[in-house]
Design a protein. Structure first.
Length: 372
C-alpha cells in the first residue's frame, strides 16, 4: 500500500512538472539589462523574463552610427532576440537617436516611443525628424508618451516618470516622503532638449531600477522635491554620462541606490562634481563605468575591474589630476579613438531582489543579495 501511494505521488509530481514547464522556465529567467558602449552616448537594452525587449536609445550620429548599431546588434544577438519590441528615443540629441536608421536596417522594431517634437532646433535632429523618422515609424507602432504612462511588458512594471518636460505627480507606492536634500539644492543650467527626456522606472518583484535619460538638475528637483515621488532604487542607470548638468544630491542621494552604472565616455562625463556626489551617496556600494574617464583622472575613478572599457590612446603616464574638458566649438579636438573591442556591462536581476553585475571585458562579476 505504501509503495502504491508513493508511486502515485511521484507520478503526480511528474505530471505537474510536465504540464507547466513554461511557467517553471519563466520563474527561473532573470531581467537582463545590457549597458552598451556607444562612446559616451546611450544604448541600454532590457530583456524581460518573458523574452520581451525594450531598447533605450541607439548611440551616435554618423560616422559613429554604423559602429554603434553594430555594438547594439552584438548585445541583441547575445540576448537571443529576433526583434526589438519597444524602442525609446529619450530625446532628440545625436548621441541618443544617431544610430537608429542604421539599426532599423538590421532588425525589426515593433514600437517607437518618444516624447514628441524636438524643442531644441538643430540641423541634424530636424533633418532626421523630417526625412528619416517618419518612414521608420510608418512601418510600426508609434507612441508619444507622457509622464504616468505604462509601457506594457509581460512580467515587468515599466512606468514613464518623465517625458516632454513633465514629471509624475503621484508618488510611487511607498514613496512620497519629504526629501531632506531639497533644502541645499542649487539650480543648474541646461539646454532645451535634455529636460524633455523620457525617463522610466522598472520593477521586477522586489527589484527596482530607474533610467532618466539626460534630465538635468532642475528637472530632478521637480521630480524629487519637496517630496520624493520615486522612493529608493536598487540600481541607478545612465547618470547622463556623469555630467555635472545633472546628478544632484536631490536625486542621487535621495534614490539611495546600492549600485550605479554610468554611460560615460573616455572624455565625456565622469566629472569630479558628479563623482563626488555619487561616491558620497548613502548606501552606495559600487559605481560601474562604461569607460575610464580622463575627466575623473585617478583622483575620482573606480577600480579597473568596475570599468568596461579602459583608456583609449593610452598615455605613457596617467596623471592623477582630472583633465579639463575641452571647450566645444569648431576647434575642439576629436575624442580619443576607441582602440579594440567594445565591452558592455550586463545586469541580471531576479524576483527576490538579488542581482548580478558582470563586466564583459574581464569577466568580473558581483552579486548583490537583498539586505535583511
Amino acid at each position: 500500500m505504501r509503495v502504491s501511494v508513493l508511486f502515485l505521488v511521484i507520478l503526480a509530481c511528474a505530471a505537474f512538472a510536465a504540464a507547466f514547464p513554461a511557467a517553471q522556465s519563466r520563474v527561473a529567467k532573470p531581467l537582463d539589462i545590457y549597458v552598451i558602449d556607444v562612446e559616451g552616448g546611450n544604448a541600454t537594452l532590457f530583456v524581460s523574463p518573458s523574452g520581451e525587449s525594450l531598447l533605450m536609445d541607439t548611440g551616435n550620429v554618423p560616422p559613429g552610427a554604423v559602429r554603434d548599431a553594430g555594438r547594439i546588434m552584438a548585445a541583441i544577438k547575445d540576448a537571443g532576440l529576433q526583434q526589438i519590441d519597444h524602442l525609446i528615443i529619450t530625446h532628440w540629441h545625436g548621441d541618443h537617436f544617431g544610430g537608429l536608421a542604421e539599426l532599423a536596417s538590421h532588425i525589426t522594431i515593433r514600437e517607437f516611443i518618444d516624447h514628441g517634437p524636438n524643442v531644441q532646433p538643430g540641423a541634424v535632429a530636424d533633418e532626421f525628424l523630417r526625412n528619416t523618422y517618419p518612414a521608420l515609424v510608418a512601418k510600426a507602432k508609434h507612441t508619444v508618451v507622457k509622464a504616468g504612462d505604462k509601457i506594457r511588458m509581460a512580467g515587468l512594471d515599466v512606468l514613464v516618470v518623465t517625458s516632454a518636460g513633465e514629471t509624475i505627480q503621484t508618488p510611487l507606492p511607498g514613496a512620497g516622503g519629504p526629501n531632506p536634500y531639497c533644502a541645499d539644492f542649487k539650480p543648474g543650467e541646461n539646454n532645451a532638449e535634455d529636460p524633455q527626456s523620457v525617463g522610466i522606472h522598472i520593477t521586477l518583484g522586489k527589484f527596482r531600477t530607474i533610467h532618466l535619460g539626460d534630465i538635468t538638475k532642475n528637472k530632478e528637483f521637480e521630480l524629487m522635491c519637496p517630496k520624493n515621488r520615486i522612493g529608493t532604487v536598487d540600481v541607478l542607470l545612465g547618470l547622463h554620462h556623469g555630467q555635472a548638468s545633472s546628478n544632484s544630491p536631490v536625486l542621487v542621494h535621495a534614490l539611495h541606490p546600492r549600485v550605479a552604472i554610468m554611460n560615460d565616455g573616455t572624455r565625456k562625463g565622469g566629472e569630479p562634481e558628479v563623482m563626488q556626489t555619487v561616491h558620497t551617496s548613502p548606501g552606495l556600494e559600487d559605481l560601474w563605468q562604461m569607460h575610464f574617464s580622463l575627466l575623473s583622472g585617478q583622483e575620482y575613478t573606480v577600480p579597473g575591474m568596475f570599468i568596461a572599457n579602459t583608456v583609449d590612446q593610452q598615455q605613457s603616464a596617467m596623471p592623477i589630476a582630472p583633465m579639463l574638458a575641452p571647450q566645444p566649438g569648431p576647434d575642439t579636438p576629436p575624442p580619443p579613438a576607441h582602440n579594440g573591442t567594445a565591452y558592455w556591462i550586463k545586469l541580471s536581476t531576479r524576483q527576490d531582489g538579488s542581482y548580478t553585475v558582470t563586466n564583459a571585458r574581464n569577466g568580473f562579476s558581483k552579486t548583490y543579495t537583498p539586505k535583511r
